[in-house]
Design a binder for this molecule. Structure first.
Ligand SMILES: *Cc1c(COP(=O)(O)O)cnc(C)c1O
Length: 453
């Protein structure tokens, strides 16, 4: 921004930051729209909560019936800087009035380069890096695998139990969960191998042993079943998203990164859901000082405009021949302007600190709730990426029905929460990082009541 630009209003100043339930949810207008949708859109495309949105700002989403919901989802970790963030909106508008598309592969523009410079600067490690831009998280992960195979001359890719990497043919193959992501969509891409994840809550010998034991199992599996010299890349989410906000036990990620380095395997971090201040660090890998060879980013990168990035060591990224990478819309100028605004908001607004603070407010409340509710088997997460895992009391048997019921009750009372997990038994919380303390507390109270009423 130039110095003449007026200070933009803060996110959350346009709409009242309040929970307001004026109809049943979904209300009559949303139900009408849903009928139209059912006739026009196939059921394969689901919606967690079919209220039809007309407005959103800061920490609230307003629907067609005038209900104002507290947003604990951020459009799946996308609107980290708040919905319709004013700085994002202003830059996108100004860009839309200049030019909307040239295709970077036809005639380039500065904002794309600036986004890549930023990605090279803020991703873990101070080595020389290169970045390029695509449209979605899946496309970013898929390109990371293409580059890893090219650079190593190897085929095999190792992914993990409970992992989620997208819905394209390759990334669906990388994804662990069959329903709903894979069922009926095969055959899958070849040379993808799945290894155990250090899942502390469900590790047979207990959480203390989980990190080292899981890492040893992964190494053994790679060496015995694939052969380390055949592996191009290990692809992992530093905190799993759709798999249930599983924070790998301490030591697991560094041990994998070390094994990769020793064996010429590229360590690819899928930071699509964890990125951009969400976990209290700019990227979740930073928590244990892990420096990936390639990082895939998307979701939080551009406030909801479709954009994703692939960032990697310069010596790897520079190998691919000219024209080998790209796409018509990748790094669209509107999305690049949005990304530049998002980064300014994160850095000026100290949103990594804010994410940590959200964790400090929410974790004790969730732990207190778990004391009172025996169905809450585990409370976990980092920063503003938090979850509870629901089980049948006294066991570790997943309770997806209770999870769905609690989510529905939250929705009915004006709190937008999401579920996750291989067993569908995880409630996850991803508030926008700009959410007010008041709304955060109210959202927690609604959650509490949904469990205890
Ligand atoms: C959402 C997600 C993806 C896929 O991103 P899309 O933009 O939906 O293609 C990949 N990896 C992770 C970890 C994700 O959370």
């Amino acid at each position: 921004m130039t110095s003449q630009d007026p200070a933009p209003p803060a996110s959350g100043e346009r709409l009242p930051q309040e929970r307001r339930v004026v109809t049943e949810i979904p209300g009559p207008r949303s139900r009408e729209l849903h009928e139209r949708r059912t006739a026009a859109v196939p059921p394969g495309v689901g919606s967690v909560l079919p209220v039809y949105v007309t407005d959103a700002d800061g920490g609230v989403v307003v629907d067609a019936d005038g209900n104002s919901l507290i947003d604990f989802g951020s459009g799946i970790a996308v609107t980290n800087v708040g919905n319709a963030n004013p700085r994002v909106a202003a830059r996108v508008k100004a860009q839309a009035e200049r030019f909307t598309h040239t295709c970077f592969m036809v005639a380039p523009y500065e904002s794309y380069v600036a986004v890549c410079e930023n990605l090279n600067r803020i991703t873990p490690g101070d080595h020389e890096k290169r970045s390029f831009l695509v449209n979605s998280g899946a496309e970013a992960v898929e390109n990371a695998v293409k580059i890893a195979r090219y650079a190593t001359g190897r085929d095999a890719v190792v992914v993990f139990d409970h992992g989620y990497h997208g819905r394209t043919l390759l990334t669906m193959t990388l994804t662990s969960k069959n329903m709903p992501y894979k069922q009926g969509f095969g055959p899958y891409a070849p040379e993808v191998y799945r290894a155990p994840l250090a899942y502390p809550f469900r590790w047979p010998t207990g959480p203390e042993n989980c990190g080292p034991e899981a890492a040893a199992q992964v190494v053994d599996q790679i060496e015995k079943q694939i052969g380390a010299s055949n592996v191009a890349a290990v692809v992992i989410e530093p905190i799993q998203g759709e798999g249930g906000f599983i924070v790998p036990a301490p030591g697991f990620l560094p041990a994998l990164a070390e094994f990769c380095r020793a064996n010429g395997i590229l360590f690819v971090a899928d930071e699509v859901q964890t990125g951009f201040a969400r976990t209290g660090d700019m990227f979740a890998c930073e928590h244990e000082g892990v420096v990936p060879d390639i990082v895939a980013t998307a979701k939080g990168i551009a406030g909801g405009l479709p954009l994703a990035g692939v960032t990697g060591r310069a010596d790897i990224m520079d190998k691919v021949h000219g024209g080998g990478l790209g796409g018509t819309y990748g790094g669209n100028p509107l999305a690049c302007e949005a990304a530049l605004a998002v980064l300014e908001e994160i850095e000026d607004g100290k949103l990594t600190e804010r994410a940590r603070r959200i964790g400090e407010v929410m974790l004790p409340r969730l732990r207190a709730l778990a004391e009172r509710v025996p169905a809450i088997g585990d409370v976990r997460g980092r920063g503003a990426m938090l979850a509870v895992e629901l089980v049948r009391p006294g066991t570790k048997d997943p309770d997806p029905d209770l999870t769905a019921r609690v989510a529905r009750r939250c929705h009915e009372r004006g709190l937008l929460v999401l579920t996750a997990g291989t067993y569908g038994n995880v409630l996850r919380f991803l508030p926008p990082l700009v959410i007010s303390d008041g709304l955060l507390a109210e959202g927690l109270a609604v959650l509490d009541a949904a469990f205890t009423d």
